[in-house]
Ligand binder design. Structure first.
Ligand code: ADP
Ligand code: ZN
Ligand code: ZN
Length: 741
């Protein structure tokens, strides 16, 4: 509990005790990078009630900030007249439990940032934006009222959220019969007491979701207060899952948390989770930092997914924090995937994680056959080889569905001038501006010669967002015949319409999904069989259980095959495995032989590549994740890469590349003193980043590597302290366990 009086701080000098006894102070964490906490005076009316983990409003500069009380009672080192008073305590805000603060403090230490930089950005914006006036009331109370209203009547007789929570142990819903592998996995989970990490490796369609939900149901039934957290990668995925879960757990006060929600809705979910009213929270990476006082189980679905990495502020891995949270709370966590991250795979091999496996499709469907088709020769419209075109034709004849996968949105990745070689370079970034079609799609409208069409097209940079009209003529030579090079989802969609007139075609990518509800509509129409061919990016690849889908075409598997990042093959394999897994998921029709081997695969996947002999494809064709992962791990061990080494990456951004590189050179010069010559720390030379310029700013990076976390983290602490002393205009940031280098 809070220590208001200085009396318990036995080792302080008498003067300090007097000061503290006379005037309590609070250490308040704010989302401000300059210090781990800020000292404030506790006003008289809050003495005795203010405690650690209270949310407060404090003056900061000329404005105010929402902050989190870390402790009360410590005597500040500042002169007293400089210390301002806490303005207000949000009295009805949920006070998170100590385990949550321990997680925040762990994350701050691990990522070498301050607790406020972890805790406050995780608070929904409405709750961390200072209310303008007291008259506007308490934002936490408003959020609570909203959740209450939304859930009213869900649980019979539950008027108050507290009743939702404590009404009774939740009944276990009626369920289909698990297969033997699912049952074995569930039994292993249920047998776990205390902290354990389970790695559930289940092929696509093996029924992982069923295992998660059943495990959660048992845990919520066992303890009437228990809460569970399920992390999922994509916002586009949650509607289907959220509906499924809401049906399954009526009265559980399911809170869904992702950044696509309105602020009011997010705040309501956050408060419900923190109050303990929401028994089950489903969310994207942000949800890992939501306080859940009675958290008893965590699931991380598609644990390998890069979207679990936070990209702004503190670059945390939600998967890694989920494991940390489980460890702090002494509860089990399940990481599930068809293609686990090599880090997780390696941990399972070493016995740190417990391996569970679902090697068969739950519905009895057989994994699709996979063909690797060379696209070295001519491809036709929509980038399709003859083989792919025929496969789609067969699907259309039989009234089934096809998925055409291309991981590039827009019409074409670049616009070019065939006479002089001009390319649509972005003025601000070292990247091309992508040609986008701005109008509604009209089948048969024709795609070539797009530059002249003028206004319906525009150029857009995917890095800085900069957009420009398509020039009427080449800016270099005046030629009017500008040509799009390559294809993105829009061009494929248009060209498919000309190749397969009459087919019903839908598209799903980030551009479509940016319109509210649009992704959900597209997915619903695919599920309803109102679409024959669906074109899209990896948004289509993840988790969807399309029952009518039989053929998957990967238009171009080559991006990523020879990319500079050492994780590129791992990621490509995961993506291809995932998208392939959408094919032929439905149960075999009655009359076919249900017992494994003899049943022919219904699904067919065609992967087009210019490098069909690449070993990655052989592993993919054999559905052999294990063999592929083991080969990659052997390579990583040889090359001294994660998970055998640990990395930290210092990134710098400046007006010129020289300035950025100079700063990193100065940083490197400080590293010897910080490592005190330790052989465990290896600091590489500064280099420009692969994308060397974004928004007109030059970017460079410096990699640090160590075989030991025990050596790396103290080094980073000492090094950061020295970097703080370098006077520079360069903006820099250090990332631990970078996922892209
Ligand atoms: P995963 O998440 O492993 O890709 P899903 O959880 O989406 O797989 O399950 C795939 C399909 O199998 C779903 O349609 C699901 O309803 C079905 N399913 C799961 N478990 C069983 C089971 N024991 N018997 C029959 N069908 C099942
Ligand atoms: Zn030209
Ligand atoms: Zn740009």
């Amino acid at each position: 509990m809070s220590v208001i009086s200085g009396a318990s701080e036995g080792d302080r000098g008498a003067r300090g005790m007097e000061r503290v006894a006379a005037r309590p102070y609070a250490r308040v964490a704010l989302d401000i990078p300059i210090a781990p906490w800020f000292d404030y005076r506790v006003p008289d009316e809050l003495i005795g009630t203010l405690g650690p983990r209270d949310w407060v409003l404090v003056p900061w500069g000329r404005g105010r900030r929402v902050g989190l009380v870390l402790s009360v009672g410590a005597a500040p080192e500042l002169p007293e007249e400089k210390i301002r008073a806490i303005e207000r305590r949000f009295a009805t805000a949920p006070r998170p439990d100590a385990a949550w603060l321990a997680l925040v403090e762990f994350a701050a230490r691990y990522y070498h940032r301050h607790p406020g930089e972890v805790a406050l950005p995780a608070l929904p914006r409405l709750l961390r934006t200072p209310p303008v006036a007291r008259a506007r009331g308490c934002p936490f109370e408003r959020a609570r009222a909203r959740f209450r209203a939304a859930n009213a009547g869900r649980a019979p007789g539950a008027a108050e959220p507290a009743e939702l929570l404590s009404g009774a142990a939740l009944p276990i819903p009626a369920e289909m019969e698990l297969n033997a592998d699912q049952q074995r996995a569930l039994d292993a989970l249920l047998a776990t007491e205390g902290f354990a990490v389970h790695l559930l490796h289940g092929i696509t369609g093996s029924g992982k979701t069923e295992v998660y939900l059943r495990w959660i149901a048992r845990i919520l039934a066992r303890d009437e207060h228990a809460q569970a957290l399920m992390l999922v990668p994509e916002i586009a995925l949650t509607p289907q899952l959220a509906r499924q879960v809401a049906q399954r757990f009526p009265g559980a006060g399911v809170a869904v948390l992702h950044s696509g929600l309105g602020e009011a809705e997010r705040s309501a979910g956050w408060v419900a989770a923190a109050d303990g009213c929401a028994r089950l929270v489903i969310g994207t990476r942000l949800a890992v930092l939501v306080p859940m006082p009675r958290l008893a189980a965590i699931v991380v679905d598609e644990e390998h997914d890069p979207s679990f990495r936070q990209q702004e502020g503190v670059h945390y891995s939600a998967r890694d924090l989920a494991v940390a949270a489980a460890s702090i709370r002494g509860i089990p966590v399940v990481l599930g995937s068809a293609t686990p991250a090599l880090e997780s795979w390696h941990s399972a091999q070493r016995g740190r994680y417990r391996a569970l496996s679902l090697p068969l499709r739950a519905t009895g469907a057989v994994l699709p056959t996979l063909r690797i088709v060379s696209s070295r020769g001519e491809t036709g419209p929509a980038g399709l080889t003859e083989v792919a075109r025929e496969a789609i034709e067969r699907v259309l004849q039989r009234g089934e569905q096809a998925l055409v996968f291309i991981n590039r949105r827009g019409f074409a990745p670049v616009l070019s001038c065939p006479s002089c070689g001009w390319l649509s370079q972005c003025g601000e970034c070292s990247a091309y501006r992508v040609l986008h079609y701005a109008g509604a799609h009209r089948p048969g409208a024709g795609a070539a010669g797009t530059g002249r069409g003028g206004s319906r097209y525009r150029l857009q940079c995917h890095h800085c967002g900069g957009a420009s009209p398509v020039p009427r003529a080449c800016p270099e030579c005046g030629d009017v015949d500008l040509q799009p090079l390559g294809a993105g989802t829009q061009r494929i969609e248009q060209e498919l319409a000309t190749v397969f007139p009459g087919a019903r075609i839908a598209r799903l990518d980030r551009d479509v999904a940016s319109r509210r509800g649009a992704a959900e509509r597209v997915l619903a129409s695919v599920h309803a069989g109102e679409v024959d061919i669906v074109v899209g990016t990896q948004m289509l690849a993840k988790g969807h259980d399309f029952q009518r889908l039989v053929v998957v075409i990967v238009v171009d598997a080559d991006a990523g095959l020879y990319a500079p990042d050492f994780r590129a093959p791992e990621r490509l394999f995961a993506t291809l495995m995932q998208v392939s897994g959408r094919a032929g998921r439905a149960a075999p029709e009655a009359g076919t032989d249900p017992d494994g081997g003899a049943t022919p695969a219904r699904g067919e996947v065609i992967v087009q590549t210019r490098f069909p002999e690449h070993p990655l494809f052989a592993a993919l064709q054999a559905h052999d994740f294990t063999g592929f992962a083991d080969a990659l791990l052997a390579e990583r061990r040889e090359a001294g890469l994660p998970p055998f080494r640990h990395l930290a990456l210092l990134r710098a951004e400046a007006a010129s590349i020289e300035e950025a590189l100079d700063f990193l050179a100065a940083a490197k010069a400080q590293s010897g003193a910080a490592s005190r010559g330790s052989e465990q720390i290896r600091v590489f030379d500064p280099v420009p980043m692969p994308l060397a310029r974004v928004k007109g700013r030059a970017r460079a990076q410096l990699l640090v590597e160590s075989p030991s976390r025990g050596a790396l983290h103290p080094f980073v602490d000492a090094w950061l302290a020295r970097l703080g002393g370098i006077v520079t205009r360069v903006r820099w940031q250090l990332e631990i366990d970078p996922i892209e280098i």
